[in-house]
Design a protein around this ligand. Sequence first.
Ligand code: SF4
Ligand code: SF4
Length: 441
Amino acid sequence: MFVMKTTIFSVIATALSCLLLGAHFLRDGALVAAFLCAVAPIALISRRRAVLLILQIGLLAGALVWAHTGAELVEVRRMLGQPFGRLVAIIGGVIAWTAGSSALLSLPRVKVRWSRDAKTAARSAWAFWLTFASLAALQVAISPPMLLPERFLSGAGWAAVAGLSAYAAWLVAAMSDPGRQPRLRLFVWGLFSAVFFGQLLLGLLVDGRFLMTGELHLPVPALIVAGPIYRGEGLFMPILLGVTLLLVGPAWCSHLCYIGAWDAVAASKRKTVGRLPRRASWVRVGILAAAVITAAVLSVAGVPGSAAAVIAAAFGLVGVAVMLTWSRRRGTMVHCTVYCPIGLVANVFGKLSPFRIRVDTQSCTRCLACTKACRYDALRAEHVQEGLPGLTCTLCGDCVGACKRSDISYRLLGLSPPRARTTFLVLIVSLHALFLGVARL
Ligand code: SF4
Ligand code: SF4
């Protein structure tokens, strides 16, 4: 009975705190944010532990919002020479109530009612708030708006922030099952690519607001390096790539690139995975060098942008042909592991990130089941023997689920393999949700 009463009281306290926050946003004219706050407690119906954690952290953030608002109001009254003692007492009470309702949700006797998927709750809450924080920062700070709904209806960007954050919370839990991860990764990666190119088509054919800036450039990954060399400016994409490589290493090429998803689909058409010839690594070095030198020569020679664009488009089309022929036939992602210059850049500079894939050579039975899962040709018998994949590994994680003994795993500094994998998943899923929300041409 006591447990029931505490649970009911914490739900009422949470609902009231959310309504107060909603009223605060309503007063500021932020209708969508107000609506989201008002309906947030309804999520408690789900009985998932993640919902409880997400609300708990949200209420703490709400208490900070009140503290910030209180400080602003006190400052105004002080400047006007008006008394502010009562104001401090009221705002202080609201802060205490909001933070208190967060604390109530952490009581073990309350948590017991929200016990579904308790194992993955913390990672879902992390992915939710990481995605929320990064998208909210873009929503608040960037103009014109980066989130698409905001371009059509003022305030609607907040619905995208909340929706994508909830999506990240769900996805990281779903991907926690190593056996399910490969198919899910392929699906959501393809979804990202479809959304990206769908927006490009809508932007060109229907409404320019579907485009990021309207300044079109070709969706050819090689231009991330070649573009700035040719133009002598435009470092946004190299910086974005660099930051991503620092965070999640070469996983750019297994989760985030809108073209790589095509190569993954092409390679998946064949059930078995093939091997690349040894000279393939020299071919990819040659292609990267050729891309850099060509961009520099075109720039120095003053070749106009239209002619350079034709060359870049031709390079991109040859890449598609590589996918449709070699990748499909071999079952290996030949485009990404040989042809695309960014693949090599990601493989090499991705080593700056501390995430790694390692084989436990002590307990590994050398059954080589994991080698059959790698479509990046990074896991041959000799790599299993040595305990580490080859340079072309993109941290895709497909091999992890293929080993029934968990002898191949993610590593991160001194963390245990499960924790390293969880940390990786939280980061990569949050980045995926962020890219899904804002990546467009
Ligand atoms: S290798 Fe190139 S096309 Fe493939 S995923 Fe990486 S950047 Fe994208
Ligand atoms: S070694 Fe494993 S994680 Fe690395 S690319 Fe191959 S399957 Fe993916």
